[in-house]
Design a protein around this ligand. Structure first.
Ligand code: GDP
Length: 278
């Protein structure tokens, strides 16, 4: 609060929290505190110490969860399917409440998955590109994943940050879905990453029995484990970002294929440079 009083920021981007859906099933209370209640604490302090500041809050597609078969927009009802989604929904409504009750310039970006070469290893995209890069450079490991048929609407984080900024240049705070408008499966992400690294993987079997093997050697490169399945998953959903496109003039510039190639090439370079991950 003292920092807010001293700095009197013009714009604040609140991206903090416990951001892994998977971890939220093991640590629901911590997630509620870190991703839900902490946002409310912050907004309350902001309202007292720097009420003229413009606030962006990173809400999440996880707020839709079970309600979301098909295309979802700002008008779709919420029904989160994870402790993370529940925590984010609390923060989301706190932002709206302070906007309506206290007149804050506060916006929610309902952010669909956004990735980049800087993505954490807990997320499936970076786990795939980092592990396949090790394999492509002669490593002996196998990439072990959960459900390969799960789908996400994945975009490039750089594009999504431009949308965050654009929200704070509006005259008033508002809520916007930020999404690519396409979904792809985890399996497709693996296939495209592998191809970008010169690995030719074919999949055999279904579900937990599924295996990805290198076509020419028959060596297993990808396996599936129930350890990475989740107790519940959101319905497969596509984000409709028409409102952001119309009001903010926003649109993503990086396609799914370009995103996967960017991450694959970056991790291949890191592996060639001998960088190690944990
Ligand atoms: P999330 O959408 O924020 O949960 O992003 P993640 O990257 O963690 O997960 C995206 C999807 O990939 C989910 O449907 C996961 O169930 C699925 N998935 C499959 N295998 C894995 C895995 O090994 N790790 C993670 N994190 N997700 C996996």
């Amino acid at each position: 609060m003292r920092l807010l009083q001293d700095v009197q920021p013009h714009e604040i981007y609140h991206l903090g929290g416990q951001s892994s859906v998977q971890t939220s099933f093991q640590q629901p209370v911590y997630t509620a505190e870190a991703s839900g209640q902490s946002a409310l604490r912050f907004i309350e302090e902001l309202a007292l110490a720097a009420p003229q500041a413009r606030l962006f809050h990173a809400s999440s597609s996880e707020v839709f969860g079970r309600n979301a078969y098909g295309t979802v927009s700002e008008e779709t009802d919420f029904h989160p399917a994870s402790p993370y989604g529940v925590a984010k929904l609390f923060a989301h409504w706190s932002v709206i409440n302070f906007r309506e009750a206290q007149g804050l310039h506060a916006s929610n970006g309902i952010m669909f998955n956004h990735e980049s070469p800087l993505r954490g290893m807990d997320f499936v995209t970076r786990k795939i590109t980092a592990t396949l890069a090790q394999i492509a450079c002669g490593g002996q490991q196998i990439l072990v994943l959960g459900n390969l048929d799960n789908a996400r609407d994945w975009g490039f984080a750089g594009d999504y940050v431009e949308a965050m900024w654009a929200m704070l240049q509006q005259e008033d705070g508002d809520d916007f879905v930020i999404a690519s408008g396409e979904t792809h499966t985890v399996r497709q992400f693996v296939e495209l990453s592998a191809a970008a690294m010169g690995l030719d993987i074919v999949f055999e079997g279904e579900g937990l029995e599924c295996k990805g093997v290198e076509r020419k050697t028959g060596r297993q490169l990808v396996g599936v484990s129930a350890d990475f399945y989740r107790p519940s998953e959101p319905d497969p959903m596509i984000g409709n970002s028409d409102k952001a496109r119309a009001k903010l003039g926003w649109q993503p510039r990086v396609s799914f294929e370009q995103l996967v190639t960017m991450m694959a090439e970056s991790d291949l370079q890191r592996a060639r440079d001998g960088q190690v991950w944990y």
